[in-house]
Design a protein around this ligand. Structure first.
Ligand code: C2E
Ligand code: CA
Ligand code: CA
Ligand code: CA
Length: 276
């Protein structure tokens, strides 16, 4: 039973619905997942549209639980964020992805870039900069190879975000705004934040060859990126038609099932070995 104010008990035993139970279960298992080494990383190739080469990869976390199975990030990242576990998880992701990039560099792919997603909790974590710096030093990667992906909602606190973004730039990192177009964004701050890439959200790409308004949004973001001196990445590119429209509007990079799903590290290693 959970106490709800004075003399007001609510008995959850019968009320505890399926959804709440599932959430609690995920939360409990999540707390043990790191020690049990249940996390892994997949890497999705990012393609440079000027030469059709793989230019980088985005690291995407996977959680394989012995009984829950493969739990999608959309289900556990928000919970990890809520209970603060995203901070150690995010550090784990960054360290492992950087080690992997170093490994691929040693195989001969020297300028492969790595994109890592930062959650809002990590972005505003006090030791974010020292944590990233430590991992760069430990893994000896070139900071120019590392891109952090943040979302528009993280820049709502303009003053703090400006400081953090400049600190990240000072480390030598590249900054990309993920899911661009779906959240809060002020065109004014786009101009003043030290941002390198706008990543056009996959919802606009999905429908761009079906609906004129979605095509307009995607192409307007591209135009705006060009006018602001930013580069653009399209995510969720699944068809050749979409690719053609993006190329016509000079989109710099793209990512999506048309090129490749997110892959385990060994598969990327194989691609790299075939390139050599
Ligand atoms: P995101 O950063 O926007 O990542 C893109 C998502 O789209 C990935 O889903 C990817 O597998 C999927 N995707 C890629 N290409 C296509 C395509 O052509 N079509 C479709 N329909 N989907 C495509 P995933 O891996 O399930 O990740 C979902 C979200 O979870 C990510 O969205 C990101 O917000 C979050 N996430 C994943 N890994 C991490 C992480 O290490 N840290 C944090 N903070 N968040 C993560
Ligand atoms: Ca992302
Ligand atoms: Ca995205
Ligand atoms: Ca997303």
């Amino acid at each position: 039973a959970k106490k709800r104010g004075r003399n007001n008990y609510q008995f959850y035993d019968e009320v505890l619905d399926k959804k709440e139970f599932e959430r609690l279960e995920i939360e409990n298992e999540l707390r043990k997942a790191m020690d049990k080494e249940e996390f892994s990383l997949h890497y999705q190739p990012i393609i440079d549209l000027t030469n059709n080469n793989m230019t980088g990869v985005e690291a995407l976390i996977r959680w394989n639980h012995p009984t829950l199975g493969l739990v999608p990030p959309s289900k556990f990242i928000p919970i990890a964020e809520e209970i603060g576990l995203i901070v150690p998880i995010g550090e784990w992701v960054l360290r492992n992805a950087c080690k992997q990039i170093k490994h691929w560099e040693n195989l001969g792919f020297e300028d492969l870039t790595l994109s890592v997603n930062l959650s809002i909790r990590q972005f505003y974590q006090v030791n974010l900069i020292s944590m990233i710096k430590r991992i760069i030093d430990e893994t000896k990667i070139n900071p120019a190879q590392l891109t952090v992906e943040i979302t528009e909602s993280m820049t709502m606190d303009v003053e703090s975000a400006t400081i953090i973004l400049h600190d990240l730039k000072d480390l030598g990192l590249t900054i990309s705004i993920d899911d661009f177009g779906t959240g809060y964004s002020s065109l004014n701050y786009l101009k003043t934040f030290p941002i390198d890439y706008l990543k056009i959200d996959q919802s606009f790409i999905r429908d761009m060859t079906k609906s004129k308004s979605d095509e307009n949004i995607a192409t307007t973001i591209l135009l705006m990126a060009h006018n602001l001196g930013l580069k653009a990445i399209a995510e969720g590119v699944e068809t050749n038609e979409q690719l053609q429209v993006l190329k016509t509007h000079n989109c710099h990079k793209a990512q999506g099932y048309l090129f490749s799903k997110p892959l385990p590290a060994e598969d990327i290693t194989q691609i790299i070995n075939q390139l050599n």
